[in-house]
Design a binder for this molecule. Structure first.
Ligand SMILES: Cc1cc2nc3c(=O)[nH]c(=O)nc-3n(C[C@H](O)[C@H](O)[C@H](O)COP(=O)(O)O)c2cc1C
Length: 390
């Protein structure tokens, strides 16, 4: 351990808050979820989690040349075992991929000049999340300065959030993430941190360590799934209430927002219509809904982004001048898009699922019920994992 410590001292002349060197995963120093809440596993259930990370590909300390940085691999594990969205901090100007060049740049330029490296894109809805994982490598005894850029851009947004520091290192540990986050967000509450030596991250044992850590802090899928399902059910039930209310109010703007653009609708007469055609009839009063009573509501979650909603509705309406009451059996396919459930055609919903195996580039191109996701700050799916698109 002493050797590792000396190496970093030599390489990085400015060493701030260098934790004691250890290649063992370090999990101490902060409160665990269970300890904090005084209850068992699952204490953080039903809440949304976000991972914010930075990782550098290229030549890596003791590892060699890698296409995916060490911390990025750790994030892959987190995504495998926890339900999280992910925002990757990607520098606008890439750091040197040569290891020594990078160390020299950070040591001689970035730190002494107190730089704030710019990053690509941004995430705008941090406040929607309850648990924020923050992680990356340790550079010269501290988190890279690009985190300072991020925190300064998001001043106040992590105030009183639950923060889970993590990362990979060459022996220094990741305790300095707690110090930096506390500096910017003094009231943040920390759960148990996890640091893994970069050189070990590709070992199966590290994957197990990540899985066990997530379980301990109550954020593994098993602990959170039930409530996430319950949350989706509540959101969909709310969708149905809003849908019916918007029909009665002839609120075509709300109805429009609740449907994909290319949806094909089957209305009371059995005739099919495009979204635009139906909305025009509603706006023009030729389809005028007076009363709607829904019963036998059944929600089947296909996955976290897709669901089938079936229900029976008794609708009193005036359709093309004739008033009547109809009992209808409805089956809607819903998909979650940019955090909102919307009606989609069945084939569009299956397209959403199929992008789970697509590449990032493919998924950036996909359309959901006619809505292109490219350029949105929505969630895209890459290799079975959810990413916030930039
Ligand atoms: C510029 C630079 C400085 C580093 N300084 C330290 C350090 O002070 N302490 C340490 O333990 N590791 C240090 N490392 C090693 C990295 O923290 C480690 O390799 C980490 O796993 C890299 O993660 P990444 O691949 O996700 O970027 C440094 C690496 C670089 C490139």
């Amino acid at each position: 351990m002493k050797k590792v410590f000396m190496t970093w001292m030599t390489l990085c002349l400015t060493v701030v808050a260098l934790a004691c060197g250890s290649n063992d995963p370090e999990v101490d120093g902060v409160t665990s979820a269970n300890e904090q809440n005084g209850e068992g596993n699952g204490s953080a259930t039903g809440k949304r989690s976000l991972v914010i990370f930075f990782s550098r590909a290229g030549e890596n300390w003791q590892v060699g040349n890698v296409e995916r940085g060490n911390t990025a691999i750790m994030v892959d594990y987190i995504q495998e075992f926890a339900d999280v969205d992910v925002f990757e901090i990607v520098p606008e100007v890439a750091y040197p991929s040569n290891y020594m060049e990078c160390v020299n740049y950070v040591n001689d330029v970035e730190i002494p000049q107190n730089l704030r490296p710019a990053y690509k894109g941004d995430i705008e809805n941090i406040t929607d999340y309850d648990n924020i994982f923050i992680g990356g490598p340790i550079w010269c005894g501290q988190p890279p300065y690009i985190f300072r850029t991020f925190f300064e851009k998001h001043a106040g947004e992590l105030t009183s959030k639950t923060v889970i520091p993590f990362g990979t290192h060459g022996g220094s540990g990741v305790g300095s993430y707690v110090s930096l986050v506390s500096e910017y967000y003094p009231t943040a509450v920390f759960l148990e941190q996890l640091g893994i030596a970069g050189v070990d991250i590709r070992k199966d044992s590290s994957k197990t360590i990540v899985a066990e850590w997530l379980k301990r802090i109550g954020l593994d899928k098993k602990s959170t799934n039930y409530d996430m399902e319950e949350q989706a059910r509540q959101e969909i039930a709310q969708f149905l209430r809003e849908w019916s209310a918007a029909m009665i109010a002839a609120d075509t703007e709300a109805l429009g927002r609740m449907m994909a653009d290319d949806i094909v609708l089957t209305h009371i007469t059995g005739q099919t219509q495009t979204k635009q055609e139906w909305l025009e009839e509603v706006a023009g009063g030729s389809m005028d809904y007076h009363e709607i009573e829904n019963r036998d509501v059944n929600i089947t979650l296909i996955d976290s982004l897709t669901a089938d909603l079936s229900f029976t509705s008794v609708i009193t309406a005036t359709i093309w001048g004739s008033r009547g009451t109809w009992t209808l059996h409805n089956n809607m396919r819903l998909a979650k898009h940019n955090g909102r459930w919307i009606r989609v055609n069945r084939e569009d919903a299956s397209a959403v699922r199929s992008v789970r195996s697509a590449t990032h580039a493919d998924s950036a191109e996909y359309t959901l019920g006619g809505i292109r996701t490219t350029g949105n700050k929505g969630i895209v799916i890459r290799n079975n994992k959810k990413y916030i698109s930039r």
